[in-house]
Design a protein around this ligand. Structure first.
Ligand code: ADP
Length: 275
């Protein structure tokens, strides 16, 4: 598409969104049987798949760290994900995106729990429409939780850009191609920034406002990520309802028998005193 004359007409963007509106997001958790955790995510027209393996042995062995897990992140764009066929394999861009994506999620992982092991994260972009690194980080974060990797929280990510001199949340392809700035951000639920990049120019004031918009966007994404994860485990519980009920009955009867045989008193000094 050629550069449009205007990107915002009467306060509405070319794809019908308001300046501070995210593209619709669809999340499916646990879509791959062989991965320890996985997530398929659509963010507007972006389609990405994240798979997490580990904690597992590190190969080659010399890459292992004695006191923490190594986190590896591979972002890859499928040849068919863009309009003109992309040459398969890593390139400068995918190496950079892999690095910044790893740095965006790693601070949230309790790597110290798994010394000498590896946590591998793969993101495959199946369809790209600007913002694939943010989509990949959102999906990876969910896949890590799905793999039961202990984490401080989820990481959420979106970009803020500038078109027609106005700040807009979550750029789509044409806005990204012809816009004046593009600033991908990733954040923890506490608002700590784990990724901040920028193409183009923003004034100091614009940067401040852009960060506020990104924070609001990340909050909305966090809610969707959380709902998707809860939904996944609710479904699992429903499917195994009978097993869950059985476990509940067993644990209940065990608790009763433990209560009836042991009485634990707290003595005056605060210590435990078994009778
Ligand atoms: P992001 O996807 O995180 O926004 P970029 O800003 O580098 O990363 O890329 C913006 C968009 O440009 C991508 O989402 C994709 O649609 C397109 N793009 C990136 N690399 C290529 C490529 N090699 N061939 C065609 N289009 C590409």
């Amino acid at each position: 598409m050629d550069k449009p004359e205007k990107f915002i007409i009467d306060g509405i963007r070319l794809d019908g969104r308001k300046p501070d509106e995210l593209r619709p997001m669809k999340i499916e958790v646990g879509v791959l049987n062989r991965a320890d955790g996985s997530c398929y995510l659509e963010f507007g027209k972006n389609k990405v798949l994240a798979a997490v393996y580990g904690p597992r042995e590190v190969h080659p062995r010399h890459n292992q760290k004695p006191t923490t897990a190594v986190v590896r992140f591979r972002y890859n764009m499928a040849s068919f994900s863009v309009e003109e066929r992309k040459r398969p394999g890593p390139d400068r861009r995918s190496i950079e995106v892999s690095k910044v994506s790893r740095e965006a999620v790693e601070p949230m992982i309790f790597t110290e729990y798994f010394p000498k092991s590896a946590i591998d994260i793969f993101v495959e972009v199946l369809q790209a429409d600007a913002g694939t690194r943010t989509a990949g980080i959102n999906a990876a974060s969910i896949a890590l939780a799905d793999a039961s990797i202990p984490m401080r929280g989820l990481v959420s990510s979106c970009a803020v850009g500038k078109v027609d001199g106005e700040l807009v949340l979550d750029l789509m392809k044409d806005e990204d191609n012809y816009g004046e700035a593009d600033m991908p951000v990733a954040m923890t639920p506490d608002g700590e920034i784990t990724l901040l990049q920028m193409d183009g120019n923003l004034t100091r004031e614009e940067l401040k406002k852009a960060l506020e918009m990104a924070t609001e966007g990340c909050k909305q994404i966090y809610k969707l990520q959380r709902e998707a994860l809860i939904g996944r485990y609710k479904k699992e519980l429903e499917e195994h309802k009978e097993d869950v009920e059985l476990v509940e009955t067993i644990t209940e009867s065990e608790e009763t028998s433990i209560e009836s045989t042991t009485t634990v008193n707290i003595d005056e000094s605060g210590g435990l005193d078994d009778e």
